[in-house]
Design a protein around this ligand. Structure first.
Ligand SMILES: Nc1ncnc2c1ncn2[C@@H]1O[C@H](COP(=O)(O)OP(=O)(O)OP(=O)(O)O)[C@@H](O)[C@H]1O
Ligand SMILES: Nc1ncnc2c1ncn2[C@@H]1O[C@H](COP(=O)(O)OP(=O)(O)OP(=O)(O)O)[C@@H](O)[C@H]1O
Ligand SMILES: [Mg+2]
Ligand SMILES: [Mg+2]
Lengths: 261, 261
């Protein structure tokens, strides 16, 4: 059955979507079969893979609300071995709409379990979930479904301040909802070696979290932020750029950690 | 009575808090009396003004839940003329807790109205509200209370993609809840003239929104991101840096627009 990884951090703009898209692509590039689930009402992971709002059929909103099975939302991307379940803007209303629903924390977990057991889900080895910048029902659904969490951390002060909140939330979900949930790791993003603040944040995080922090850091690299306007992951837009190379390295570190479990 | 400006954008990491802190400080520096309301459970605006989580008494959470009047949450900052109503982490639960509450969209508007009419609220000329990266009840409360919205827009593709969502939300709040709500303007943040993407985004936004976009742009400036780790606005940390100068210029543009109404 697939390994399910949530890409989560309530701090905004830290590189969750960028990590979800490029890590998923790098895993597909080394032969894994990957499903990327876009759980953010902004739908940036869907657009970043070239699937515009107009092209999306069934979205993760209809999956959470119980109207469709996950299989109905899963579409091929332009990348061999990479599937996408796109987001819809109406996801923003899910928190309120599911207030009295049965198993409202497990809607995604149940949908993934059914998909993984179905014909369509055979062969999928990784499921990555891109989360919105909040700790609301959507992120809790992702954490309830996941085996492990990857936390992208921008090398900035406000992002560092928020790390304890996401760590507490992971702990709460582990004790109350999903005892299997682990922290796979923290990945430093938009890392700029020349910047004093970057180095202070890195020292601080490695000091506190030790080898939970990946050796790989993702450098600030303009090619990464240009790629989504072409509807492509950075790996397709510019494979040789420092950002793409870092995500390829991160993928091999993620696989190593999975193998070492 | 005070002019109420919401600083809002559901896209994460676009510079909402940085704009709220530094615009509030710049307005106070030219003699306005300003109250900054932190409505984000992350509490970055509170920390950025030097008020750590441990030092906060009554927070905006207790104001929204009706336990305290806004006056009880308002504290002096280190900056003359700048007051702060700090956020608490429990704000994250407000959406669910207020699901059946009376006037749940107007809790903040009602609290501000009462404060503005009270002894304590006399003389306050501007109220700025820092919003979280979502379009949930907290942001709707800010938009329901506000006379106008300032939208910080990072010069990146995903941020541009999200602009239509916040515009739609403003329109919905205006037609259903708060007919007085206007868009004061869009401010381009983390602007880097040497970066092709920055220039494309700027051309696109100025093309669509014309003079709704402030002439002032906020340059990407490392001094801005260093300031919060010292608990100070950029204007106090390094007044001469390009970022601080841009926020001073933005403040005068905001005042001009207010006068021209
Ligand atoms: N390593 C990098 N170098 C340069 N730009 C980057 C890098 N990583 C991400 N970006 C850019 O920074 C912005 C924020 O990244 P992204 O949207 O992936 O963050 P997020 O955490 O998903 O944001 P949100 O909280 O809104 O979901 C995007 O415009 C993205 O293109
Ligand atoms: N002009 C700038 N130059 C350099 N860094 C900046 C600039 N503006 C903001 N930053 C940094 O970028 C990061 C994101 O900014 P900020 O936290 O203000 O955004 P936000 O929209 O409030 O984020 P959130 O969506 O999480 O509330 C912060 O670490 C901040 O210090
Ligand atoms: Mg994202
Ligand atoms: Mg903020």
């Amino acid at each position: 059955t697939p390994r399910i990884l949530a890409i989560a951090n309530q701090k905004g703009g830290v590189g969750k979507t960028t990590t979800a898209i490029n890590l998923a692509t790098a895993l597909a590039a080394v032969g894994e079969k990957v499903l990327l689930i876009d759980l953010d009402p902004q739908g940036n992971a869907s657009t970043g893979l070239g699937i515009s709002a107009a092209d999306r059929g069934v979205t993760t909103y209809e999956v959470l609300s119980g109207d469709y099975r996950l299989e109905a939302a899963v579409a091929e991307s332009d990348i061999p071995g990479l599937l996408l379940a796109p987001a819809g803007v109406d996801l923003a209303g899910a928190e309120i709409e599911l207030i009295d629903a049965e198993r409202r924390h497990f809607r995604l977990a149940d949908a993934i379990e059914e998909y993984a057991a179905s014909e369509a889900g055979q062969g999928v080895s990784y499921i990555l979930i891109d989360c919105p910048p909040s700790l609301s029902l959507l992120t809790v659904n992702a954490l309830s479904a996941a085996h492990a969490v990857i936390i992208p951390l921008q090398c900035e002060f406000f992002a560092l301040e928020g790390l304890s909140q996401i760590m507490r939330t992971i702990e709460t979900v582990r004790t109350r909802i999903n005892p299997a949930l682990e922290l796979q790791g923290v990945v430093l993003t938009m890392h700029d070696r020349r910047n004093k603040l970057t180095n202070q944040v890195e020292d601080d995080v490695r000091g506190h979290f030790g080898d939970k922090v990946y050796t790989t850091v993702i450098p600030r690299n303009v090619r990464i932020s240009e790629a989504p306007s072409h509807g492509k992951p950075a790996l397709l837009y510019d494979l040789k750029c420092p950002g793409s190379q870092a995500y390829i390295q991160l993928a091999s570190e993620v696989i190593q950690r999975e193998r070492a479990r």
